[in-house]
Design a protein around this ligand. Structure first.
Ligand code: SF4
Length: 469
């Protein structure tokens, strides 16, 4: 496949499989924490960061989208880099054409906020329902000026206010960056959240904890101890942040909790769940009569309901579980009825993992499941809870990006080879029949990792039996 065909393959996949409509890779490149700008021309990923599309061609591709589902703009579903949608000149034409074909579902737009045009504000009501994911980064003018060098802070804040004044046809979620103690002290994050919660339009506030590749990490932290101290300080200061109402605050990335209970993280103000007084800390025991195996599974069970959802909830204060019915349910409009869960393992992955454990045990083998330091405790908990003794969890370091990049989907096959070579895995190396369980998140739909190495080729050469889940 040549470069152009390769990009088109990923574009078609994004459109047909994820309802994501890629527009362009243009961005202001001003965020000091941005990882994309450090990808050099010789890097395999560079080709995914440099593509152009014509407006007419994008409009033709709207036919590949599923009109019954939400359409995403400005979000990446594959390796293709999505830039700032409002820098794409044909955006309004595209949005109008999407709305013509997609009659009822929301159009979700992710933006850094500084380039939103008057034309968009004028047309927003006719484009609704629209969901804006606004990367505000900071709601403090001085701090934002330091972390996003686009000279657009005042315009960004003014655009935020304009969006907040819009009608019900527009929903708004906001994200903030936690960088380090000097740049974004915990007090400033808490103050941003206090100010943002004054706007009833803001449905969710995401706060991203720092993650930097090797070549950036030391610009922000003297060492890993300083990084961990900062994260701990943010986490402990945020411990009760959702207890008193207001827009839910979600801190990411966090290790999923290992307990196995389906605990409500937070509840969106004004939602169906808020109306029946579901609150953070409550436990979801059943959805439509089925017991969820994870929070992600609970979310899936709710959002795949038709017209009516029956949720069995145990109050965090105690007492017998209550059955709550959400009638006139519409998945597109209501999502999880305003219940916010933190992400963990989908039910399908748990099933695959259990099956892998059974096969390995039946063959009298043993194996390791590769994870990262962040999720080691969680994966150990999953193996214990679902009784998968043939597998042991192993935390592999990300050598591809280095720094504190700590996500299993960003590991590569080369990382697997390098980590297995370490002393800690000597016994695994000696046991040539051992199984290696890898996350399918490491590979794209064609089986390539972030270095362009193919899984099938790796399997054909390695002496381990490889299973993906
Ligand atoms: S908006 Fe995103 S892609 Fe653009 S500079 Fe900021 S982090 Fe990088």
């Amino acid at each position: 496949m040549n470069g152009e065909n390769k990009i088109m393959n990923y574009i078609l996949y994004s459109e047909a499989e994820h309802n994501v409509l890629p527009l362009c890779s243009l961005c202001h490149n001003g965020c000091v924490f941005c990882s994309h700008k450090n990808i050099g021309r010789s890097d395999y990923l560079y080709g995914f960061y440099d593509y152009k599309r014509e407006t007419d061609e994008i409009i033709e591709h709207i036919d590949f989208l599923d009109p019954s589902k939400k359409v995403f703009i400005g979000e990446s579903a594959t390796k293709i880099f999505e830039g700032e949608p409002f820098l794409f000149k044909g955006l309004m034409e595209v949005l109008k054409a999407v709305r013509k074909r997609v009659k009822k579902s929301a159009i979700s737009i992710t933006t850094s906020g500084g380039f939103i045009t008057d034309e968009f504000f004028d047309a927003a009501a006719s484009l609704g329902p629209v969901e804006m994911n606004f990367s505000l980064n900071s709601f403090d003018e001085k701090i934002r000026d330091k972390i996003v060098l686009d000279k657009k802070t005042q315009r960004v804040f003014a655009n935020f206010e304009r969006l907040c004044a819009m009608g019900d046809y527009l929903k708004l979620s906001v994200s903030l960056m936690a960088i380090n103690e000097k740049t974004t002290p915990v007090e400033s994050l808490l103050e941003d959240i206090r100010k943002l919660r004054l706007y009833s339009k803001v449905s969710v506030i995401k706060v991203f904890l720092p993650r930097f590749a090797e070549n950036q990490f030391l610009n922000f932290f003297t060492d890993y101890g300083a990084f961990r101290d900062y994260c701990e300080k943010v986490k402990s200061s945020f411990a009760n942040i959702n207890g008193g109402g207001g827009a839910p605050v979600i801190l990411e990335p966090l290790e999923p909790d290992c307990g196995g209970e389906i605990i409500v993280h937070s509840v969106m103000a004004g939602s169906k769940a808020a109306e029946v007084f579901i609150k953070p800390g409550d436990r979801i025991k059943e959805v439509n009569g089925a017991a969820p195996v994870s929070k992600t599974h609970a979310y899936k069970l709710i959002t795949s309901s038709k017209k009516r959802v029956l949720v069995t909830v145990e109050d965090s204060a105690g007492g017998p579980p209550k059955n709550i019915v959400f009638s006139e349910y519409n998945a597109e409009r209501d999502g999880a009825c305003g219940i916010v869960f933190t992400a963990d393992m989908p039910a399908q992955t748990i099933e695959k993992l259990k099956h892998a454990g059974e096969v390995i045990a039946e063959n009298g083998k043993r194996g390791i499941i590769v994870t990262t330091p962040l999720s080691l405790g969680y994966i150990r908990g999953v193996l214990e809870r679902f009784e998968i003794p043939a597998l042991e969890a192993a935390a592999f370091k990300n050598c591809r990006f280095g720094g504190n990049i700590d996500c299993v989907g960003l590991l590569t096959l080369n990382d697997i080879k390098l980590n297995i070579g370490l002393d800690a895995f000597e016994s695994l190396r000696k046991d040539k029949t051992a199984a290696l369980v890898l996350s399918s998140l490491m590979f794209d739909h064609l089986g390539y990792d972030l270095n362009g190495e193919n899984l099938s080729e790796f399997i054909s050469k390695t002496e381990y039996s490889v299973i993906t889940v």
